[in-house]
Design a protein around this ligand. Structure first.
Ligand code: ZN
Length: 886
């Protein structure tokens, strides 16, 4: 970025001025890479402080600090001594501009380049080689012609000891892959057309034909044509055969060409390519679906195909076997060379240059391909908690897929390889065990205070020091003798290390699964004893912005500190977390954050009001109070379980919404205060006490303010998470409130539907015999599947119920239906519950009267105490009183 800024790259300038709002006067400083790193590091640190992360900043360090360099030298010397480092000549993804290998962290869009190996088959015209790149060398028996793009530029060049014809773009590709090249002459694609050459395997004479689909920057720009098995080739040949503008001599050549079948594939004709082009309905060689069709057919032939009699001597072999054998045979005969390509191209380096494959001689690698090491890494993964669990497969894949990985480069910031200081360890390799370094950082910072008796510079600390601290090898006495650092300090650091290690849970993001997080597992299993292996990883999704991916080009990035300034830290935190599920991306929405802000402000205001109230001495225990505490208790239980699984969204819903709704209902039921303090404050204080504790990890600033306002000492962040108390669970109180709530809603619904203004409302509780039948129904439904007829017969066998006659039978039939359809949880709560519904309704008379501004009467079905002029009482059911409005 510093380089791009120095070059006044408009995209960087725009991002810096418009997104990060960095004043232009600062740009000169930022052109220096270290200053730029420092600028963003400080900015991010300020953001972390402002958003309220609990970070122990004494442990802060960067990977270019001298002491960190010292630590990494120890790490790499250890890896090298134990055989994890190899030196070799391997292909790497490479930026030609930076002259450095590139990995995920170096590319635009953070894409890990994938390198694939293809075969260059050498077709010949006398002494001149026409190399064609292919992933399917076994189809060489089916080649009918070669393709070139007549619009492209080609060259004849001396490549190592041979004369080759390749596209102009292929020259650089080959140079990067250790070929010695000098261009002898340039020629156009047109000049190559209609020439004939020899198939190096079948010795057949084949022509060079024109095709538009050939890309000169892909492979060598020359393509072998297998129209029997390659959809692109089949389509290009079909178009050429029907091209009216071909000259006669060309027409004569093209007409003779027929697809050659070399692979038998069940369910397909002799020309599978023709079948599949027809199936996809493709009629143009530039149709993008050709890539899909190709992939489809290649995979089918690879897995199910076998070589036929045209592929002698490989007839009968599977495609996979034949491929390996042909590569071997042609390589031995000098007819095949390797070509590496970036499979997921195009990939662009952060400097703006296209990434290529480069072969570095004698480059240093970390050998993740070592089968023993892989086994250890899998062992570690198998014992780890992975959240969300769905990502475990990606880890398994990454552990298998990683092989030798270039670990050093010639330029950049970082630590020099201790045994070969021309090389600098690259950024994904020097940051896989830095979690261990947090322990040391605290002692090494602050001007080296802890080690003041060590007279040399930090770089001179012996490896024995690190061996003891991290691996427990050697003795503190020996280190004290060598370094003069006191034994007490050395033992203290070791003790602190074993206190914190292993890492219980590493929180990171899903894009790091295939690189950093997998390497983190690898290195820990190599260096540390099994009891210090990592125990868990959380791989989060990304934060979306109003459902769109955040990206510079969409101009929808809000830097953290700007968002904090705009919304406040806690609304922002809850805003991000409240849509977060571990296995999906979280969606940021400004309007949501604004409503959360209101809610949090309100919480603080209520806490302050409550804090000013004195709580009366006597403890209250009305049904309503017991209901509130029962609800609070089950909310705490839900929130605790959710928090343990990191289902933060559920925690927020419970703490911020469910408890809030219950509290609102509680207050509404109580009505306006009659005294300056009453029984409710004791209950509300307990509710807010719980809320402050549970919201503390999510909205720490609001929680602390609530905590202090409520009159507590100390900090809520240090207070315990609330303990739920099973004895507070009160099914009767919960059932009573659900009756009141249901009755309120039913009444309001009637008033809305009829438009009545009530003077008097009468509620009739169901007759005792209905409650008896209802309980029987719940009991039977809970025990087993029952048949309605049996249940009615059972009910009617009780003399008391039989005496009621048809109404009892009707109600039995209704009850058993309800009871079997009811949610199990509700049925369990109601089963065996002895409710005094009349009493519940009577207790709520004041409330109903206040709500409906009407006189309230309560009666019971079958009693004459309250009048029932319209015969409403008989429709009463348990939990559903009948309602009469006058
Ligand atoms: Zn670059």
């Amino acid at each position: 970025m510093a380089k791009r800024l120095s070059q006044n790259d408009p995209e960087i300038v725009k991002t810096f001025t418009e997104v990060y709002r960095i004043p232009r006067q600062k740009f000169d400083q930022l052109k220096e890479p270290k200053r730029m790193a420092e600028y963003f590091r400080n900015d991010i640190k300020k953001g972390m402080i402002e958003i309220g992360y609990s970070i122990d900043w004494r442990r802060e360090f960067t990977t270019i600090d001298h002491m960190y360099n010292r630590f990494i030298k120890w790490h790499f010397r250890w890896l090298n001594q134990h055989g994890y480092i190899t030196k070799g000549t391997h292909p790497v993804a490479w930026c030609p501009n930076d002259k450095n290998p590139v990995g995920t962290v170096d590319t635009q869009g953070d894409i890990e380049p994938e390198i694939g190996e293809s075969s260059l088959i050498k077709f010949r015209q006398d002494e001149i080689v026409y190399p064609t790149a292919t992933l399917r060398p076994e189809t060489v028996f089916g080649v009918t012609n070669l393709w070139v793009n007549p619009e492209a530029q080609y060259v004849q060049a001396r490549v190592d000891e041979e004369q080759w014809i390749v596209s102009l773009e292929a020259v650089a590709t080959l140079e990067h892959q250790n070929h010695n090249i000098s261009i002898e002459r340039e020629l156009s694609g047109k000049e190559l057309l209609w020439k004939t050459l020899t198939n190096p395997v079948t010795q057949a004479t084949i022509p060079i034909l024109p095709a538009r689909f050939v890309e000169s920057d892909n492979g060598t720009g020359i393509v072998m044509s297998v129209p029997g098995h390659a959809p692109y080739d089949y389509q290009a040949l079909t178009e050429l055969k029907t091209n009216p503008s071909l000259p006669d001599h060309a027409k004569a050549i093209v007409e003779k060409i027929e697809p050659i079948s070399v692979i038998t594939l069940e369910g397909f004709s002799q020309s599978p390519a023709a079948d599949i082009v027809k199936k996809y309905g493709i009629t143009d060689q530039k149709d993008p679906r050709l890539a899909e069709a190709t992939k489809d057919l290649y995979s089918k032939e690879f897995h199910n195909g076998s070589m036929n009699e045209n592929a002698k001597p490989y007839t009968g072999q599977s495609v996979e076997q034949a491929r390996q054998a042909i590569i071997q045979e042609l390589t031995n005969a000098g007819k095949l060379a390797k070509l590496y390509e970036i499979l997921n191209k195009p990939i662009t380096c952060r400097c703006g240059t296209r990434v290529v494959v480069h072969i570095v001689d004698n480059q240093w690698f970390i050998n993740y391909g070592d089968p023993e090491w892989k086994k250890q890494a899998h062992l570690c993964l198998d014992q780890m908690a992975i959240l969300p669990e769905e990502r475990r497969n990606e880890f398994n894949y990454a552990l298998d897929w990683l092989k030798e990985r270039a670990c050093a480069r010639k330029v950049g910031l970082g630590t020099r390889l201790p045994w070969d200081p021309d090389w600098i360890i690259e950024a994904l390799s020097d940051s896989v065990i830095y979690m261990a370094y947090y322990i040391l950082a605290k002692y090494l910072a602050k001007d080296w205070v802890s080690f003041k008796r060590f007279e040399k510079s930090p770089e001179d600390l012996p490896d024995a020091f690190f061996d003891y601290i991290f691996l427990g090898e050697g003795s503190p006495e020996a280190i004290t003798r060598e370094t003069k650092i006191s034994k007490r300090i050395i033992e203290g650091i070791r003790k602190e290390f074993t206190y914190f290690y292993p890492v219980d849970m590493r929180h990171s993001a899903k894009d790091l699964v295939s690189n950093h997080l997998s390497m983190y597992i690898f290195h820990h299993t190599a260096l540390f004893p099994r009891n210090l292996w990592p125990k868990g990883i959380v791989a989060n999704g990304f934060v979306l912005m109003e459902r769109a991916k955040m990206s510079k080009s969409l101009e929808n990035i809000i830097p953290l500190r700007q968002a904090i300034a705009k919304f406040g830290a806690d609304p922002l935190r809850i805003g991000v977390l409240s849509t977060a599920e571990l296995n999906q991306d979280t969606d940021f929405s400004e309007s949501l954050v604004a409503t959360i802000q209101d809610r949090l402000v309100n919480l603080v205001a209520q806490s302050r009001k409550l804090g000013r109230r004195r709580v009366s001495g006597k403890s209250s225990s009305s049904t309503l109070d017991r209901w509130m505490l029962s609800r609070l208790n089950s909310a705490a239980q839900t929130a605790t379980t959710a928090m343990e699984k990191l289902r933060v969204r559920e925690v927020i819903n419970t703490v911020l919404y469910q408890i809030e709704n219950d509290t609102a209902w509680y207050q509404r039921r109580l009505g306006p205060r009659k005294k300056s303090h009453d029984g409710r404050d004791r209950v509300l204080k307990q509710v807010f006490d719980f809320k402050a504790r549970m919201i503390a990890p999510l909205a720490p600033h609001v929680a602390e303010e609530m905590w202090t306002s409520l009159g507590n000492k100390g900090m809520v962040s240090k207070a315990d998470w609330p303990e739920f108390d099973e004895s507070l669970h009160d099914s009767a109180a919960e059932a009573a409130e659900s009756i009141t709530r249901q009755t309120l809603d039913d009444t309001a619904e009637i008033l809305r539907a009829t438009g009545l203004t009530p003077k008097r409302i009468t509620y009739y509780s169901a007759a005792p015999w209905k409650w008896r039948i209802y309980q029987k129904a719940l009991d039977i439904a809970a025990k087993s599947q029952t048949n309605q007829g049996n249940f009615i017969r059972d009910v009617m066998s009780e003399p008391e119920l039989r005496s009621i006659g048809k109404p009892a039978a009707d109600f039995a039939s209704k009850s058993i239906r309800q009871a079997t359809q009811m949610k199990e949880e509700l049925r369990k709560a109601r089963l065996g519950l002895e409710l005094k519904e009349m009493k519940i309704l009577e207790d709520a008379m004041d409330f109903f009267s206040r709500e409906f501004k009407a006189e309230i009467q309560v009666g019971q079905e079958g009693e004459k105490r309250v009048s029932d002029p319209k015969d409403r009482a008989r429709s009463a059911e348990p939990y559903r009183p009948a309602i009469f409005i006058e």
